[in-house]
Design a protein around this ligand. Structure first.
Ligand code: COA
Length: 250
């Protein structure tokens, strides 16, 4: 288990909190493993009726750890098994997912929100997916879910052009349900989670299944993206971009 993921159950609500303050909550293999396990376990636990994904220290997450990306590029391994497990856990979650976003949500920090049922963000939130400028391709089934949510052109600006969305843009395109003061993000997300948890659990589960379609199809697309991602990770473009970030002078 990762020291950088905190898991807390409060009645029917499980909170999965990313907490790696010195690296803007950038996600490592251990963090993915812990998050995947918490979501998978919640799926099979009748006591848990909703899972909240949150960050800490005014940050949601800076996305995948770029040092890990560089290692994956050099070893030729591609996205790690724990990352893929986390992606599948999102797609297959049988419990509603709520996200509480403060500050930056980069890469998977943004694309994981496409799997959430309710998203609260702070007025200071900034969503970005710099996949293509890193020489990569979109992941987490965002190549399907992004355009389906916001239309092709807005999804293209976000996922391909790497244009960041602020909280207002995220609200306008339906990526988030509510924008609140940063200090109120966690409490507002918890209130939404409590509202969901108070509903009849089986009716919520059935309704959610109807609305979300087949998890197998989403997982199949994720796996296709993972294959392309692996090829892109090995590209000179990607290595150059990771090295440039990790060796930048500030
Ligand atoms: N992987 C590894 N380390 C990361 C990281 C990442 N994705 N994001 C941030 N960090 C590290 C920085 O290297 C820095 O570490 P250091 O203090 O040891 O040098 C620390 O976290 C703080 O980051 P910093 O860049 O100083 O914070 P900032 O507030 O100026 O900027 C970001 C925050 C998120 C905008 C910026 O860090 C960034 O662009 N990160 C890369 C995001 C990214 O490309 N993710 C992959 C998406 S596919």
């Amino acid at each position: 288990m990762s020291i950088h993921i905190q898991i807390a159950d409060e009645g029917p609500i499980r909170t999965v909190r990313m907490n790696r303050p010195d690296k803007k909550n950038a996600l490592t293999a251990e963090m993915y493993e812990a998050m995947a396990a918490a979501i998978e376990d919640a799926s099979g636990d009748a006591k848990i009726r909703c899972v909240v994904i949150a960050g800490r220290n005014g940050t949601f997450t800076a996305g995948n750890d770029l040092t890990d990306f560089l290692h994956a590029a050099e070893s030729g391994e591609g996205l790690g098994a724990n990352t893929v497990r986390f992606l599948h856990a999102l797609a297959r979650s049988r419990k509603p997912l709520v996200a509480a976003v403060q500050g930056v949500a980069v890469g998977l920090g943004t694309t994981m929100l496409l799997h959430c049922d309710y998203v609260v963000c702070g007025a200071n939130a900034r969503f970005s997916t710099p996949f293509v400028s890193l020489g990569l391709v979109p992941e987490a089934a965002s190549s399907l879910l992004g355009p389906a949510l916001m239309g092709h052109r807005r999804a293209f600006a976000l996922l391909v052009m790497g244009r960041p969305f602020d909280a207002t843009a995220a609200l306008a395109c339906g990526l988030v349900n509510a924008v609140v003061a940063p200090v109120d993000v966690d409490a507002t997300a918890m209130k939404a989670a409590r509202d969901i948890a108070a509903l009849p659990a089986e009716a919520v589960a059935e309704s959610r299944r109807l609305m979300r379609g087949s998890p197998d199809e989403i997982v199949a697309l994720m796996d296709k993206e993972v294959g392309l991602f692996k090829e892109r990770l090995r590209s000179p473009e990607a290595r150059e971009a990771f090295n440039a970030f990790l060796s930048r002078k500030r």
